[in-house]
Design a protein around this ligand. Structure first.
Ligand code: NAD
Length: 274
């Protein structure tokens, strides 16, 4: 079975790497914090290069730069680095020009990461995709090839913009419904059976927002970063709803902090209208 190096054992990285261990991969794992992955060899950063395929599941491009600068001297032409976090497309193209590097960002949140059923977007040429594919199939269900390196990170940012807009609209609908004395659980049923249905109405309203759990596992600060990335794609185009979304998530991060859950955007909307 293939060996995999894995850097970044956070909310998503831990369950993804756990899937690799469960499916028999030999995993060399590293995290800047205290995380320990059962069944893997925990190694210093350069130790992940014992495997030819190295996965990064880091918060942002700044962390990717820090890790890649330390890793680069240890890489050979056999190594492939796969950035599965949501990073800047321009940074990904830069690394792909310097070494064998591809983007494979994911969608599906912690629930699908645990189940090994993530949607995975891949920006890679055939040889890199072939090397990555066994590990990708251990973590994901829908594997979609998007084009050259950088294209997957661009599509991921656009996907998260559409998700953010859907979640924000859902939060506003819940606050409006509450103000009108509606039964919000029935409102959720109506949305999910009707044309307003989206992933936020399906997986966040009854599960996270109405019970007051607010534990979807995706931080407000990461959503703000993804909206910034989407904004970086809007050169010469006036994306007005995107600009509005960015302003709303900036306000949420300012009010609630970057580590609050993304579903807490509902608290911002509700608090402003209390
Ligand atoms: P997280 O903050 O929970 O985890 C990041 C991990 O990286 C942490 O364990 C941290 O210690 C480690 N790390 C940071 N800098 C490091 C460094 N220099 N060297 C080694 N380790 C380092 O974040 P997450 O929620 O797991 O998200 C990871 C990426 O996946 C982000 O780009 C995010 O936007 C994306 N993403 C998240 C979700 C989600 O639902 N949480 C879904 C899809 C995509």
């Amino acid at each position: 079975m293939q060996s995999i190096g894995f850097i970044g054992l956070g909310m998503m990285g831990m369950p993804m790497a756990t899937c690799l261990v469960a499916k028999g991969f030999s995993v060399f794992a590293h995290d800047a914090g205290a995380a320990v992955l059962p069944g893997a060899s925990m190694v210093p950063l350069a130790g992940v290069a014992q495997a030819n395929t190295i996965i990064l599941m880091l918060p942002d491009s700044r962390a990717v730069v820090a890790v890649m600068e330390a890793l680069l001297p240890h890489l050979t032409p056999a190594h492939l680095v796969m950035d599965m976090g949501s990073s800047l497309p321009a940074e990904t193209r830069r690394w792909a020009a310097a070494t064998r590097f591809m983007d494979a960002p994911v969608s599906g949140s912690v629930v699908k990461a645990k189940a090994g059923t993530l949607a995975i977007m891949c920006g890679a040429a055939d040889a890199e995709f072939a090397q990555a594919e066994p590990a990708l199939r251990a973590m994901g269900e829908a594997i979609i090839r998007t084009g050259p390196p950088g294209s997957a990170h661009a599509m991921k940012a656009l996907n998260n913009y559409v998700y953010a807009a859907g979640l924000l609209a859902t939060a506003e609908a819940l606050v409006l419904g509450e103000q009108h004395g509606l039964d919000l659980s029935i409102l959720a049923d109506v949305l999910n059976a009707s044309s307003g249905r989206n992933i936020a109405t399906e997986t966040k309203v009854k599960q996270e927002i109405l019970p007051g759990r607010y534990a979807g596992g995706f931080q407000l600060g990461l959503m703000r970063k993804d909206l910034e990335t989407a904004g970086s794609l809007a050169e010469g185009y006036q994306a007005e709803l995107l600009a509005l979304c960015r302003a709303r998530w900036d306000a949420a991060v300012a009010a609630l902090g970057p580590r609050a859950d993304n579903t807490e955007i509902h608290k911002l909307v509700r608090g402003e209208n209390a």
